[in-house]
Design a protein around this ligand. Structure first.
Ligand code: UNU
Length: 504
């Protein structure tokens, strides 16, 4: 790829884009003045990139048949064997399909990325392989991760592990399904508005959104740096804590990792909850989409923490109900400017940039009509707001998110953990292929109101299964103080030991 001096016509066109009027002499002069910088660009173009080494052999794998993949959870199966020993020896792991596994195609749920093959491994992939894990392949996710349902991906709907025809939750839909069915021991998900916790809730597994800046996001397709998180989705609390132990810590690339407090999370197991203070967040039960049976099931589960020796009280955090609104400008303009028009990354951060992804992803512009209805909706809204108001609402929402953080931190002065339903409802029916756009969007976004606030306040939050209603799991969310994942694991593990949540 080389860069050539703009033709006079090209220069006039960019001048117009910049609001400049140039005379013919100006054009000649500016072209001359660009010559040196164009040479600099070509020096950069000629230099090798600086990417991490790919350490373990793998093949592109295969797309499993419908028979092998009845819930459509898998995108590709490809086995990558890690080190001979380590904390994850004997564990199999599935990767959400926005995580780069070099040499294996990646789509992030969008047909516009069909044909893209990453050229390096995400930091967390290397960490898991170094710890002895075996990667089993890539699993489907929602279109560019922009939905909490499991019907917006380009490769068809993903079905709930407990009930065919029902949502698996998203956007890490495939991750939730393959763990729930026991097809793998562990999966990695991503969470910007709830996309680890929501499928964990709908599928009946454990999903942790770690503190922002604990687990490197390096090598995972971003939506927006302020809300991007990745984390473990597992069938047991012990596996979740073990996996986080392997994932956590600075990698020298991710600019959001400053002074992470990394702990041995497995040490929290078996510690019990005696003396722990848990606050039931009143407003977490008051979302407009709340289902009475889900609220009931979560309240019953809260009582069990009391039986286990914790202090359990109701706490009111009125601002919690504004969390979704404050998330909206950050999520909407973030995904528009960074993921879509920023070719995946945007600028201004000392990150590891995947130039191969940036080059390939640019191509969405030629196939925009094939994007999901949720991606179109968010992108048009973000563009409209930016055209008319600039980024002021993004900035203001980000500033206000600190007030939201403070509101939770005030509660964390009195309580070690905050408790509420993960999703206000259990899994809903997948929309029919001919469903209206209104229904399609409702089934994609109606469940994010309790989860999204913690993506902008950055507190750790985990969904754990706490009961069944009509044959579908109910998810309970525990949020903790920054970098206090251990406290969440202590409580989640104690709760898990009570017995089979499917009988609660
Ligand atoms: N990736 C997410 O967490 C997400 C979920 C729902 C809507 C937008 C984003």
């Amino acid at each position: 790829m080389t860069v050539v001096l703009p033709t006079p016509a090209q220069l006039r066109s960019v001048a117009e884009q910049c609001g400049l009027s140039l005379t013919d002499d100006d054009v000649t002069s500016f072209r001359g003045l660009m010559q040196g910088s164009i040479e600099a660009y070509n020096l950069v173009a000629a230099m090798p990139d600086e990417l991490p080494e790919v350490k373990y052999p793998r093949t592109p794998g295969y797309r499993p048949s419908a028979e092998e993949n009845p819930r459509n959870a898998w995108y590709r199966k490809s086995t990558v064997k890690g080190a001979a020993s380590g904390k994850l020896k004997g564990k199999t792991v599935a990767l959400k399909d926005n995580i780069m596994l070099a040499g294996v195609p990646m789509t992030n749920g969008s047909s516009t990325l069909e044909g893209y093959v990453p050229d390096f491994d995400a930091t967390i992939v290397t960490r898991m392989l170094d710890a002895g894990a075996e990667i089993a392949g890539k699993v489907h996710c929602e279109h560019f991760c922009l939905s909490g349902g499991s019907h917006t991906g380009s490769y068809g709907p993903v079905h709930n592990p407990h009930k065919m025809g029902y949502s698996a939750g998203g956007s890490s839909s495939g991750s939730g399904v393959v763990v729930s069915l026991g097809e793998v021991d562990m999966a990695i998900g991503g969470d910007q508005g709830g996309s680890i916790r929501m499928p964990a809730s709908f599928c009946g597994i454990y999903g942790m959104k770690p503190t922002w800046g604990l687990v490197p996001y390096t090598g995972i397709m971003p939506i927006e740096i302020y809300v991007d998180h990745t984390g473990p989705m597992t069938a047991t609390v012990a596996d979740n804590a073990l996996l986080l132990e392997v994932l956590a810590g600075d990698d020298g690339y991710d600019p959001r990792i400053k002074s992470p407090k990394v702990e041995e999370y497995t040490k929290a197991l078996g510690q019990g909850v005696k003396g722990m203070k848990i606050g039931i967040v009143k407003e977490g039960f008051e979302q407009p989409t709340a289902e009475a049976a889900v609220n009931e099931s979560v309240r019953e589960a809260a009582k069990r923490f009391k039986d286990l020796g914790a202090t359990v009280e109701t706490v009111s955090i009125p601002m919690h109900l504004l969390g979704g609104a404050i998330w909206t400008p950050i999520g909407t303009e973030g995904l528009t400017q960074t993921m879509m028009f920023g070719d995946g990354y945007g600028l201004s951060r000392g990150d590891l940039y995947s130039t191969s992804l940036m080059d390939f992803h640019r191509g969405w512009r030629r196939q925009a009509d094939s994007l999901s209805e949720t991606t179109k909706l968010f992108m048009m809204l973000g563009t409209y707001i930016n055209n008319n108001f600039g980024p002021r609402f993004y900035g203001k929402a980000l500033n206000i998110s600190r007030r939201l953080t403070a509101a939770y931190d005030k509660a964390f002065g009195d309580y070690d953990l905050l408790l509420m339903p993960t999703t206000p409802m259990k899994a809903t029916k997948l929309p029919e292929p001919n469903a209206s756009r209104e229904e399609y969007v409702a089934r994609a976004l109606e469940m994010i109101s309790n989860t999204a606030p913690f993506d902008i306040t950055h507190h750790p939050a985990m969904s754990l299964p706490c009961g069944m209603v009509d044959g579908l799991p109910v998810g309970l969310m525990l949020a903790g103080r920054m970098f206090e994942e251990s406290t969440i694991y202590r409580a989640a593990h104690a709760f898990e030991q009570i017995g089979d949540w499917k009988k609660m």
